[in-house]
Design a binder for this molecule. Structure first.
Ligand code: HEC
Ligand code: HEC
Ligand code: HEC
Ligand code: HEC
Length: 177
């Protein structure tokens, strides 16, 4: 083997690794600025904009049982570690709040979830977790369901679905209407 071919053997894999690294980082960068078109957030009718009530209210930061409003909300989501105002901005109730203080709208609630559920967020963006419709590849339009369309952010455990009874035999008299 000549010295030259030996050198090429080491240079080519090294180049390949460098190129792969660059392309991995640039695709991450694309992901960061990417927009995720979503259907409207699944609010209860009439609850949004929250500022209709909250703009004129004093902020009460105390962790407590709510008695006058939102009484149906149950927190079963690492509730010992946090409170409503970790996710909802205290001053602007129409926005969610990321850990670094950045405010995001409810159409971007996936960014909030992604702060703690990094793996699932990555899967969601790739269309592996959750639901994505539209073009699979390329620049065609895709629509994503928000995490909140399937998980209640306050008690996110996916509710078990009651199984349907097995079908009857065709000859079973319960099939005859
Ligand atoms: C883990 C973050 C998180 C925490 C903690 C949290 N929320 Fe939310 N909440 C959300 C997100 C995200 C939505 C948006 C759901 C949607 O898109 O419809 C939401 C929606 C709501 C809504 C609208 C519900 C509806 O019926 O449409 C109210 C009211 C609300 N939150 C109040 C609260 C209160 C009160 C608490 C504390 C007891 C709380 N939230 C704690 C993330 C959180
Ligand atoms: C009809 C009026 C009304 C609307 C609309 C409303 N809220 Fe409230 N909210 C209240 C009242 C009243 C309280 C205080 C309840 C208590 O102390 O028992 C409250 C309390 C809260 C709290 C607990 C912290 C605090 O400031 O006391 C959060 C968080 C909250 N609301 C979020 C929301 C969000 C998010 C929305 C919109 C998706 C919303 N609210 C819409 C009336 C409203
Ligand atoms: C501050 C960190 C944090 C944020 C933000 C957060 N989660 Fe979680 N989540 C947790 C932790 C910790 C657990 C496990 C403990 C628990 O289930 O109470 C959990 C559990 C879950 C589970 C599993 C529940 C179960 O019992 O199987 C789901 C689903 C979930 N989160 C969805 C969401 C969604 C959707 C959002 C955005 C609205 C979100 N999370 C935002 C920390 C977070
Ligand atoms: C189309 C509905 C749908 C969407 C959208 C969705 N999920 Fe889920 N998710 C599910 C279902 C169904 C399960 C339960 C799977 C199971 O129990 O085996 C689940 C499970 C989870 C779990 C528990 C996983 C575990 O290993 O225990 C977490 C955490 C979670 N989802 C977070 C998220 C986050 C974060 C988003 C948004 C970035 C999201 N999900 C979007 C349907 C959805």
């Amino acid at each position: 083997m000549t010295l030259k071919s030996l050198r090429m053997r080491t240079i080519i894999p090294a180049l390949a690794i460098i190129l792969l690294t660059i392309s991995a980082f640039s695709s991450l960068a694309v992901g960061a600025g990417q927009e995720f078109p979503v259907p409207p957030p699944p609010f209860t009718e009439g609850i949004f904009p929250c500022s209709n009530c909250h703009a004129s209210m004093e902020v009460n930061r105390k962790k407590r049982e709510l008695k006058d409003e939102h009484t149906k909300i149950r927190m079963h989501h690492a509730e010992t570690m946090r409170w409503c105002l970790d996710c909802h901005d205290a001053k602007n109730r129409d926005k969610l709040r990321l850990y670094n203080g950045e405010l995001v709208s409810f159409t971007e609630s996936h960014r909030l979830c992604g702060e703690c559920h990094g793996n699932l967020y990555r899967d969601w963006r790739a269309g592996i977790h959750g639901k994505r419709t539209g073009y699979f590849m390329g620049t065609g339009k895709r629509t994503y369901l928000l995490c909140a369309h399937c998980h209640d952010p306050h008690e996110p455990k996916f509710k078990l679905i009651a199984p349907e009874p097995p079908p009857f035999r065709p000859t079973d008299k319960r099939n005859v209407k």
